[in-house]
Design a binder for this molecule. Structure first.
Ligand code: NAG
Ligand code: NAG
Ligand code: NAG
Length: 845
């Protein structure tokens, strides 16, 4: 047995891994570590019925103890004090089988558990308040073992909130012409295919396991922009099978509803929430669902927002709408999460108009009007998952209403998993924010746990995370992005958990116990938010992306001049939204008085939100003594510099993690390093042109190490304008016709060693090839295939989404040699080329 284990252990280090196991790999520990632990050899399950979470806990223990320690523990009958055993049960089954509960296990809350690893004769106890708690405790024990943590301890733990949900924005027509997962960047839906619910649940069980291990207790599988056909009998039958798969791991199922369903699929002439026929329709539909799924968690509803139907269509209130569902669900113990993301299109010319005001305007007056099983689901900030937002003021405006925070695990606006972005620090900043509600300390995390001013509490609160994992083996496309899914669950259980501690646990579970692996991933992850904020949008101005397009690459012009309200109000004199009460939209006044006063005054507004709350001249001086425009330039340069370090840091891990995950992540980090320069150049050019204010360091539009493609000697290539023009160096690129092209130039720089960067465009409707050569020597070849390697949003145009950069490090060149790029077009991709840059050591041109 031991020798087999040793062979497996040595193989385990190099075996390719595709990421499917996430943080539940149960990878073998080094023998030197494993041998410190006398692991249980018997698994005693109390009342394990087939497909129950307790039975799953048994299977996980077998797999985990075997994988991590090489111990082939077996599920067996046994008395409660069997030596060398791990016993798993609920409070009820434990009392029945074993008598008195251990002292600490006596007062567990819903879904809580007791874990003790310090029993006599190497026994371990895992006791859940319910079956869900029991499997949570099992995963916790296995997490410790997998990290080589054999500390003897006993403790009870309970969730901070009862609503710990995942939302999916998967479309029923996934695989059809309308795409598959809204804001999903990792392949098609796990749940839907060709206008139907999938019948193969094997992948879904693997997902259920991951979610259970982070203590998620419910999942909504379809998009909030809901297709009413989800509710037909055939789909509900198939959804019941999905619910069965999730139930095995203690995860309940919920559904998003289309408010107009009674009319669009129910044959009624109305969907008025106060109409008796509509009420009856929903009541019957809800009964139908509970017949199939007795533990159905509830509904999620987006109403009267972004074109979705809702109660306001009939001049009913949003509360009337929410309560209709709440009453239908109440007899079965279900709840409704009702989204506060409700806003209308606005007039740009109206300086008082503000989308950030919408949630409070719609919901504040409804406080006290919701049924007890309604939870208002509030995006963390007042706009929409931007790189920096203040906490939504709505959190401090609903004293008697249950509230959940909506977080986005999928990286819409935040690099779409093509860029590294560890989200926990951003989430923590919101959760830790003190609203000073009622003049007392009341953090957003407190509010979510039901605390209200004056020591009052309301029943529920929670977390909803938009996860949007897809069929790609790695779930989120990027291996490193999985830390976001993991820490989301950790924070929903305990919002006071620490970003670095959580990351350390995740790193050890995902990539092993090597300290350098942990340190490198921690460094990169903790720098990822400040770096991305630096090269995308600063000082609270929002992510300066294409908000009317795909929310990926740079396009600040798209923010303003339309009805969407994600405005920066930038012009040649100044930038920022005046949200003060005195002269602006009044948004600052939606916060409790102490916070409102802080945001009202430029001097006391935190600098990282200064443009969120104030419209300021470009020459306004920040605390560093820099002007706003100079800060923009400097931050963009600094952010892109930081992104250049990520692939180099990652390369330190070669051989320390398996090649498959190493290479896949390296590709993304190299891509990000290039795209961060695209962002930097685009944004700096845009505001430089708008303001006419030069960069003090003269970097903007002054790329002394670049040879612009349009100025090279071209054969088969001709000029092509980028749109927006800021996407190309010098405003112009070149593309080749069907026969291909070459662009060549004499190298004007001194002989020496350079990092050669090639700016090009990787559009999505072709896979062109480029070859870079110096003299007769081919330096490198690459393909424009990012669209099939990273499923971020793509584009067919020469713009900020397609602009990319390829780097060849340490190339020796001689002055006067010829640099040549040969482009071989494919499909609609004319091998577009922007520039070639010869960067001396230490220069990022
Ligand atoms: C455990 O299973 C036994 C035998 O099936 C049953 O009598 C008992 O009620 C169950 N206990 C609990 C707490 O479910
Ligand atoms: C082991 O796990 C316990 C419980 O999670 C934790 O408190 C402790 O810090 C861990 N020890 C180490 C060395 O990581
Ligand atoms: C972000 O930009 C600021 C301002 O230039 C700089 O001080 C800071 O180091 C940068 N941080 C990162 C991580 O790029």
């Amino acid at each position: 047995m031991r020798s087999v284990f040793l062979v497996a252990a040595s193989l385990g280090l190099t075996a390719a891994e595709d990421g499917l196991a996430g943080w539940l790999r149960y990878a073998p520990l080094d023998e030197s570590i494993a041998s410190e632990y006398s692991a249980p050899t018997t698994i005693i399950l109390l009342n394990a019925t087939e497909n129950s979470p307790i039975a799953s806990a048994g299977a996980e223990l077998e797999a985990g103890l075997s994988g991590v320690l090489g111990v082939e523990a077996k599920v067996a009958e046994g008395a409660c004090d069997t030596a060398s055993s791990v016993i798993v049960g609920t409070v009820g089954s434990y009392q029945e089988a074993c008598g008195d509960l251990p002292e600490g296990a006596a007062e567990l809350g819903e879904d809580g558990f007791w874990l003790s690893t310090e029993g006599e004769d190497d026994t371990v106890q895992i006791i859940g308040q319910n079956e869900r708690g029991a499997i949570y405790g099992t995963f916790e024990y296995l997490s410790m073992i997998a990290q080589g943590n054999f500390t003897k301890l006993s403790y009870a733990t309970n969730p901070a909130v009862s609503v710990r949900w995942i939302n999916h924005w998967d479309n029923l027509n996934a695989g059809g012409s309308h795409g598959s997962v809204e804001r999903g960047y990792a392949g098609p839906s796990l749940f839907f295919s060709n206008n139907a619910v999938v019948s193969d649940t094997s992948r879904i069980k693997q997902y259920a396991r991951l979610l259970s291990s982070i203590r998620i207790n419910a999942i909504v599988i379809n998009n909030v922009n809901a297709d009413a056909n989800i509710l037909n009998d055939r789909n509900l039958d198939a959804i019941a099978k999905i619910a069965d798969a999730f139930r095995t791991y203690g995860v309940r199922l919920g559904l998003s509803l289309n408010f107009a369903s009674p009319q669009s699929v129910g044959g009624l002439s109305t969907f008025d929430p106060l109409d008796q026929s509509v009420i009856s329709w929903w009541t019957r539909k809800t009964e139908d669902i509970y017949k199939r799924i007795p533990d159905f968690a509830g509904y999620l509803v987006k109403a009267n927002s972004e074109g979705q139907p809702g109660p306001i269509t009939y001049r009913r209130t949003l509360a009337d709408g929410a309560n209709m569902f709440a009453r239908a669900l109440k007899p079965f113990g279900g709840i409704i999460l009702f989204r506060a993301f409700v806003y209308n299109q606005l007039e740009y010319s109206n300086r008082k108009a503000d989308r950030a005001n919408a949630a409070v305007e719609f919901f504040k007056e409804l406080d006290g009007k919701f049924e007890e099983n309604v939870v208002v689901q509030i995006k963390y900030g007042p706009i929409d998952f931007q790189v920096r937002e203040p906490a939504s003021p709505l959190f401090a405006n609903l004293p008697t209403t249950s509230m959940a925070i909506e977080l986005q695990i999928t990286q819409e606006y935040l690099g779409q998993q093509a860029h590294l972005f560890y989200l926990a620090p951003l989430w923590k900043e919101i959760l830790d924010f003190d609203m000073r509600w009622g003049g007392e300390e009341l953090r957003v995390s407190d509010i979510l746990t039901g605390k209200r001013p004056g020591g009052k509490t309301v029943a529920r609160g929670g977390f909803a995370g938009v996860s949007n994992v897809g069929m790609e083996k790695s779930w989120l496309g990027s291996h490193l992005a999985m830390s976001n899914l993991y820490t989301y669950g950790r924070l929903a259980w305990n919002p006071w958990d620490d970003s670095v501690d959580m990351l350390h646990d995740w790193t050890r579970l995902t990539f092993g116990l090597d300290d350098e692996v942990r340190d490198v991933i921690t460094q990169m992850s903790m720098e990822s938010w400040p770096a991305y904020e630096n090269y995308t949008g600063n000082l609270g101005v929002q992510t300066l992306t294409d908000i009317t397009g795909n929310h990926y690459g740079p396009n600040p012009a798209s923010q303003d001049g339309n009805g969407w309200g994600q405005w920066t109000r930038a012009d040649r004199n100044g930038i920022g939204m005046d949200r003060t009460v005195a002269t602006g939209t009044g948004n600052a006044g939606q916060y409790p008085p102490e916070v409102a006063a802080r945001y009202e005054d430029v001097e006391t507004t935190p600098e990282n939100l200064i443009l969120w709350f104030h419209h300021l001249p470009w020459t306004h001086k920040l605390s560093t003594g820099k002007t706003i425009i100079q800060h923009f330039y400097d931050a963009h340069y600094a952010g892109a510099e930081t992104a250049q370090t990520f692939p180099l840091l990652w390369q330190k891990l070669e051989g320390k993690i398996d090649d498959e995950r190493y290479e896949a992540q390296l590709y993304r980090l190299e891509y990000q390093a290039g795209h961060s320069v695209v962002w930097r150049d685009f944004i700096c050019r845009f505001y430089n042109r708008m303001t006419g204010i030069a960069d003090e360091l003269d970097r903007v539009n002054n790329h002394v190490w670049r040879i612009e493609a349009e100025k090279m000697t071209l054969s088969g290539y001709s000029r092509a304008n980028a749109n927006p023009s800021e996407a190309a160096s010098g405003g112009t690129a070149v593309t080749a016709g069907g026969g291909g092209g070459t662009a060549s130039a004499e190298i004007p720089f001194d002989s020496g060693v350079y990092d050669i960067a090639v700016g090009y465009f990787d559009v999505s409707n072709g896979k062109a090839k480029w070859t870079l050569s110096i003299g007769d020597e081919v330096i490198g070849e690459w393909q424009g295939d990012v669209e099939s390697r990273i499923s971020k949003a793509t584009s067919n145009g020469l713009d900020g989404h397609s602009a990319a950069r390829k780097l060849f490090r340490g190339v020796t060149v001689e002055k006067g040699q010829t640099v040549k790029v040969t482009g071989s077009p494919n499909g609609g991709e004319g091998a577009p080329l922007d520039y070639v840059s010869f960067q001396p050591e230490g220069i990022l041109d």
